[in-house]
Design a protein around this ligand. Structure first.
Ligand code: F6P
Length: 535
């Protein structure tokens, strides 16, 4: 496999960046080319993208597409869909796409649809709250066994069962589960223990606390069967915990790609079978787009290539995500795991060190809240940070005036980032809050904006199960694209192991009163902190 930095296209991109790319001015580019919006507009299933306010031109895009071809992106993509073991360090296939393929299509269809049918049937039983008696659902899981459902359930609030409340407990810090348990009645609560491995320290510890609390409230061991359900690939461990109802999945589903599997049970409980199937169908439509659209018209491919352009040529280190829909408030957190756990790697497929940057930092908050917090830095800070706006045409609420304000703000922010404001323009304005004792030129310099700051705009018609499924799958394939170009394994996560092992070593040293040898072998900082915590 050829490494991206050894390709002809990479060298050409470097030359192009030095010659034109670095200096590209968006305002001039729009003035030069009245068709720029159309040239960089892309319609994928459920998602329209305006990529014209990015720091690239047609030549950049052409070279990036050549880079993708030289890096055999299409072969790698096809290998993923076909079930080849592309997660080489774990010897596993990567088949989350099979989870949303229609019945009879794709690998493992029989197994996938067997579990899906059973899961949805179970979910409908619980959603009959008169019969089930369930009012509160507590998902206990972390990482991929938490972030997907935790993001999707509020996003689809308009479609959710009005009589069920959802709680997500992930952190091993007891301040997470304690206030949740305080609100619950055991006879009306369903605990979902969600863990691919069923060994994760945080999840097992919280599950044990939940069971202890449940029994301490006067419930019997026999009641656990009705009030605890598992979602895992490790059915034996779930049974050993005392769980009788378990929905399985497979090792070819990565944790951060698992919301489509049994890990999606909270989503199915919230929105029901039809909407859950629509979520899968939306993702499948995006899968087909990614698998079949020419690279020139392929949205995840173009977004992934733009990430490469920004990270490796402009050397931008982060990307901000601003969904102008409150339902998507957890999307940035979800994307942090999806992108940074997938592509935060420093060696290639062969374990050789990389000489170029990989995953950017992904961060953000819903608009308009972010505008009143960190947008100052996006507009006038010293670093250029590409912003990804997500706007939704039709709201699922009845307040048209609020919606218009949200949309106006979203468009205005993208406009302001690009346009900027010259010192002359600032000087010509009245600034009522500016100090009258400061000279006008100085005030104008503080009030000017450099502009030419890039952004993408993703547009959905409505945030519904189908469009959300497509949007998430779009992000998955975008991460695949940049990972494939960088030549890294986007599907392992060895980087989380060291901290876990060290925590196991430190845990016994934190036992109060037992200080014998507590700090032996530790660095002075960790030892000093441990002494303070145990004194
Ligand atoms: O943080 C590492 C990780 O393995 C994630 O990849 C995964 O989503 C999370 O832990 C939870 O793992 P599990 O579902 O096995 O409890």
């Amino acid at each position: 496999m050829i490494r991206c930095d050894q390709t002809v296209a990479w060298t050409a991109l470097q030359g192009h960046f030095e010659g034109h790319g670095r200096e590209l001015d968006l305002r001039e580019a729009f003035a030069r080319d009245p068709a720029r919006f159309e040239a960089f507009a892309l319609q994928a299933p459920e998602v329209f993208a305006d990529l014209s306010k990015n720091l690239w031109d047609l030549a950049t895009r052409k070279l990036l597409l050549e880079l993708a071809r030289e890096c055999a992106l299409e072969d790698r993509r096809d290998a993923m869909f076909a079930g080849a073991p592309i997660n080489t360090t774990e010897g596993r296939a990567v088949l989350h796409t099979a989870l949303r393929a229609p019945r009879g299509f794709g690998p493992f269809s029989h197994e996938v649809h067997g579990v899906l049918d059973a899961l949805l049937n179970y979910a409908e039983g619980i959603r009959d709250t008169t019969a089930s008696g369930i009012r509160d659902v507590v998902n206990i899981g972390i990482g991929g066994s938490d972030l997907g459902p935790q993001m999707v359930v509020p996003a689809l609030d308009a479609f959710a069962h009005p009589g069920l409340r959802f709680h997500f407990v992930s952190n091993v810090d007891g301040h997470d589960i304690t206030p949740v348990l305080r609100k619950l009645k055991p006879a009306e609560t369903l605990f979902i223990i969600a863990s691919k491995t069923f060994t994760t320290q945080e999840t097992m510890a919280n599950a044990a606390v939940a069971r202890e609390w449940f029994l301490a409230q006067g419930m019997a061991e026999a009641d656990i069967a009705r009030h605890f359900v598992g979602a895992t690939t490790n059915l034996n461990a779930a049974t050993a915990f005392g769980i009788h109802t378990t929905f399985g999945f497979w090792d070819w589903v990565g944790g951060r790609y698992s919301l489509w599997s049994a890990i999606g049970l909270p989503i199915a409980l919230a929105v029901g079978s039809d909407h859950f199937r629509a979520l899968l169908a939306g993702a499948h439509a995006m899968d087909r787009h990614f698998a079949t659209a020419p690279l020139e018209a392929n949205l995840p491919v173009q977004l992934g290539l733009l990430d490469v352009w920004y990270r490796n040529f402009h050397r931008f280190t982060s990307r901000s995500v601003a969904p102008y829909h409150q339902g998507l408030k957890r999307l940035p957190a979800y994307l942090q795991q999806l992108e940074m756990e997938s592509n935060g790697k420093c060696v290639d497929f062969d374990g050789q060190p990389l000489t170029f940057g990989t995953s950017p930092v992904v961060w953000g908050e819903p608009g308009t809240n972010g505008q009143h917090a960190y947008f100052q830095m996006l507009h006038q800070g010293t670093d250029v940070i590409p912003v990804e706006f997500i706007a939704v045409k039709h709201p699922t609420h009845a307040h048209a005036d609020l919606h218009a304000k949200a949309l106006a703000n979203c468009l205005a922010q993208a406009q302001a980032l690009m346009r900027g404001k010259t010192t002359e323009a600032a000087a010509a304005e009245k600034a009522p809050t500016a100090s009258p004792t400061l000279d006008a030129r100085t005030v104008a310099r503080h009030r000017s904006f450099p502009g030419n700051r890039p952004s993408s705009m993703l547009l959905l018609d409505q945030l519904n199960p189908r469009s959300l499924g497509a949007l998430i799958a779009m992000y998955e394939h975008r991460v695949f694209t940049s990972g494939a170009v960088w030549g890294i394994n986007s599907f392992d996560q060895w980087g989380v192991e060291l901290g876990k092992a060290l925590a196991s070593d430190l845990l016994p040293r934190l036992v109060p009163g037992d200080q014998h040898g507590a700090t032996t072998g530790l660095d002075a900082s960790t030892a000093g902190l441990l002494r303070r915590l145990t004194a």
